[in-house]
Design a protein around this ligand. Structure first.
Ligand SMILES: Nc1ncnc2c1ncn2[C@@H]1O[C@H](COP(=O)(O)OP(=O)(O)OP(=O)(O)O)[C@@H](O)[C@H]1O
Length: 263
C-alpha cells in the first residue's frame, strides 16, 4: 500500500519543524529517510504513525488520510518501531510480541491458534525463537529492538514505519535486519543514520535538511559527494561496492577532523 506525504507542515512549540514536505513510498517499496541530527526524520515518522498531528498537509495511505482512520483501523494498516521506548518492562518477550495481534482480536476474546502462529513466526524471523519467556527488562538494547520489531511484524501491517531500527544492533544483526526487511516486500518508510545501509536497502531515498526534503530519488542519484558536503558537511567519495555493486560512501574522516580542528 502506497504512502504519500503531501505538503506536510508540523509545528512544535511554535516552530515549523517540518515545512511543506512531500514524499512517496510506492507500494512494496522501501523508502529511506536520511538527514543530519534534528533535520526532522523522527517528527515526520511520528506524523505518519499518527503520534503527531500536522498543522498543514496530510499523510495518505493509498488514498486515505491516516487521520480519518480509527485507532484499530490504523493499527491494522501501519506498524511502527518508534525511537522512544517505555512501559513495556513488566512483560515477557512473548507478551510484547503478542500485543501486535491486539488490533485483530475482539474485546476479551483472547488469542486464537492463528495469532499464536503469527507470534511464533515473528519471533523466529528476528532470531528470538525459544526466548519467549525472558523478561523484556532483562534484555540487551539490541535484543529489545528485535522484540519490538517482532511485535511490528506480528501486526501484519500494510506499511512498516521504522525509526532507526538498527540502533543498538551489532553488525551481524544489522545485516540480518536489512535482509529481513528486503525479504518482507512490504511498503516501508525507514529512517537510517547509516548512509551505506540506506544505499544498499532502499529503493528510494528522501534527504531531509532543516525540516525540508532537499533531494529524492534512487540512492545512486541522491548520494553524491556534493550532497554529502552540503547537507551533512562531510567530505566523501562515492564508489561501487566491490561485492554488491551498491553505492558505497567512503568518508574522509581526516578531512572532517581537520575541519573540526580549524573551527
Ligand atoms: N516536542 C518538541 N517540541 C519542540 N521541538 C521539538 C520537539 N520534538 C522535536 N523537536 C525539534 O524538532 C527538530 C527535529 O527533531 P527530530 O527528532 O524530528 O529530528 P531527527 O532528524 O529525527 O534527529 P536525530 O537524527 O537526532 O534523531 C529538532 O530541532 C528538535 O529539537
Amino acid at each position: 500500500m502506497r504512502i504519500s506525504v503531501e505538503d506536510l507542515t508540523v509545528t512544535l512549540s511554535g516552530r515549523d519543524v517540518l515545512s511543506g514536505v512531500r514524499l512517496l513510498a510506492a507500494d512494496g517499496e522501501i523508502a529511506g529517510l536520511v538527514g543530519p541530527n534534528g533535520s526532522g526524520k523522527s517528527t515526520l515518522l511520528r506524523t505518519v504513525y499518527r503520534h503527531l498531528r500536522p498543522s498543514a498537509g496530510r499523510v495518505l495511505l493509498a488514498d486515505r488520510d491516516v487521520r480519518s482512520m480509527t485507532p484499530v483501523e490504523a493499527a491494522r494498516h501501519i506498524a511502527a518501531l518508534p525511537q522512544e521506548r517505555g512501559g513495556d518492562f513488566e512483560f515477557t518477550v512473548r507478551e510484547i510480541v503478542a500485543m501486535g495481534r491486539a488490533p485483530y482480536q475482539r474485546a476479551f476474546a483472547g488469542e486464537g491458534a492463528a495469532d499464536r502462529e503469527v507470534v511464533a513466526e515473528a519471533l523466529e524471523q528476528v532470531g528470538l525463537g525459544g526466548q519467549e519467556r525472558r523478561s523484556f527488562a532483562a534484555l540487551s538494547g539490541g535484543e529489545r529492538q528485535r522484540v519490538l520489531l517482532a511485535r511490528a511484524f506480528a501486526q501484519k501491517p500494510d506499511v512498516l514505519v521504522l525509526d532507526e531500527p538498527t540502533n543498538h544492533l551489532d553488525v551481524r544483526h544489522q545485516v540480518e535486519l536489512l535482509a529481513l526487511l528486503r525479504a518482507q516486500r512490504r511498503t516501508t518508510l525507514i529512517s537510517l543514520h547509516d548512509l551505506n545501509a540506506a544505499a544498499s536497502l532502499c529503493d528510494r531515498l528522501h534527504v531531509l535538511h532543516e525540516g525540508a526534503v532537499v533531494a529524492s530519488g534512487p540512492p545512486r542519484e541522491v548520494l553524491t559527494p556534493a550532497l554529502l558536503a552540503q547537507v551533512f558537511g562531510v567530505r566523501a567519495a562515492v564508489v561501487e561496492h566491490p561485492l554488491t555493486g551498491d553505492p558505497l560512501i567512503a568518508f574522509d574522516h581526516r578531512a572532517a577532523v581537520a575541519e573540526v580542528a580549524r573551527a
